[in-house]
Design a protein around this ligand. Structure first.
Ligand SMILES: Cc1cc2nc3c(=O)[nH]c(=O)nc-3n(C[C@H](O)[C@H](O)[C@H](O)COP(=O)(O)OP(=O)(O)OC[C@H]3O[C@@H](n4cnc5c(N)ncnc54)[C@H](O)[C@@H]3O)c2cc1C
Length: 336
């Protein structure tokens, strides 16, 4: 049922790898930072256990600039003491997304992209959702799909879907905009990223090699929900300003090849009594019978999000699965 198979093929051809291990450098400008990051990242190695990609290690200032030639050795009032390099997983989200859809289809799911839920079907007493009315946005055709449980995984849009079930549903999403810019490849060496966990403004900034270019980011500011979020000049300048503090070259506005913005759904649990607890951990709830909502979370935790959503759906629909959730060890198509 996949629409636009050629779109999927293009994604796979342009990004043949699902993911890779990327060394990331954290600059230290005083000895306290060096010990603090070294200990923190050694703890990270320990927690990774058998899944550790490579051990983190300390590099002197001289070794660091050899590894990352654009890294500033001297700043305004500071001198680079060294860096701690650790390994992180880097993945292509488009490619993993297509891999997930193909894996689901192979397991028997009917997968349909470019399709939108426009209303819900309810039982006679309007006590429970029993399906969804769907519009195929490529053909304009509308149709109904019936289900024992519906899972709402609409990310930042999940409140508008909850409102289709119950117009009085409380708003839970606090949308946050994250902007990234793309720079020419010479700003970062081929196999090494730079991550600053806390800039002078208290933000995280990074520069990572990405598909033959350098990607730098990010911002984290509240925004409104729209289908096509766009980065603005202030956000682009903010990133340029933040990375310039750590480089021995001036990154100019004309060097920005492209920029994009994405909306992160941060949320309060609809069952919470107040709105103080904005969460970056995923939230699963069934606040209308038959509709399970899963939101917030990260790609990093998507398998555990899926497991929690499926377990909640099993309870809601009183389903009798033949096996336990397989998500934890499931290989994605293309994962080899
Ligand atoms: C800038 C940025 C940087 C990030 N960086 C990282 C990172 O480094 N590591 C990490 O782990 N995570 C990262 N994340 C988080 C991760 O990308 C999000 O958590 C994830 O995309 C949320 O996934 P989701 O499936 O819940 O929502 P989405 O990816 O937003 O998907 C929701 C989908 O629902 C669809 N939809 C909406 N309404 C309807 C409807 N009525 N009917 C049918 N479909 C509908 C939308 O079209 C969309 O495709 C980042 C996010 C952003 C924005």
């Amino acid at each position: 049922m996949f629409h636009a198979l050629e779109e999927c093929q293009q994604v796979i051809e342009n990004a043949p790898h699902l993911c890779n291990a990327l060394p990331c450098m954290t600059p230290c400008f005083n000895w306290f930072e060096a010990v603090y990051f070294w200990m923190g990242l050694k703890l990270y190695d320990l927690v990774a256990g058998p899944r550790l990609l490579h051990l983190s290690r300390y590099y002197s200032a001289q070794e660091s600039v050899e590894l990352f030639p654009t890294l500033a050795r001297k700043g305004k009032d500071r001198t680079l003491k060294g860096t701690v390099v650790y390994y992180d997983g880097q993945m292509n989200d488009l490619r993993v997304n297509v891999g997930l859809a193909c894996t689901a289809a192979l397991a028997g799911a009917a997968v349909l992209n470019h399709a939108e839920v426009i209303s819900f079907l309810k039982d006679e007493g309007c006590d429970r959702i029993i399906g969804a009315h769907i519009q195929d946005n490529l053909t304009g055709k509308e149709f109904d799909a019936y289900a024992k449980v519906v899972v709402n995984a609409a990310g930042p849009f999940c409140d508008s879907v909850r409102k289709m079930a119950d117009n009085d549903a409380k708003r839970t999403i606090c949308p946050s905009s994250g902007v990234h810019i793309v720079l020419p490849d010479y700003y970062s060496p081929k196999g090494m990223g730079l991550i600053v966990p806390k800039t002078k403004d208290g933000c995280v900034v990074f520069m990572l090699p990405w598909l033959g270019r350098t990607v730098a980011g990010t911002t984290d500011s509240s925004t409104t929900i729209t289908m096509l979020p766009e980065p603005n000049e202030v956000e682009i300048e903010f990133i340029l300003d933040a990375i310039c503090d750590y480089l021995n070259v001036k990154v100019r506005r004309v060097d920005v090849l492209s920029a994009w913005s994405g909306i992160c759904p941060l949320a309060t649990d609809p069952r919470a009594k107040n709105t103080e607890s904005i969460s970056r951990d995923h939230v699963v709830c069934e606040d209308y019978p038959g509709l399970v909502t899963i939101t917030v979370g990260k790609w990093t935790t998507y398998r555990s999000m899926a497991e929690d959503a499926v377990d909640t759906a099993i309870k809601s629909g009183k389903l009798s699965p033949t096996n336990k959730c397989l998500t934890y060890n499931l290989h994605l198509i293309g994962g080899d």
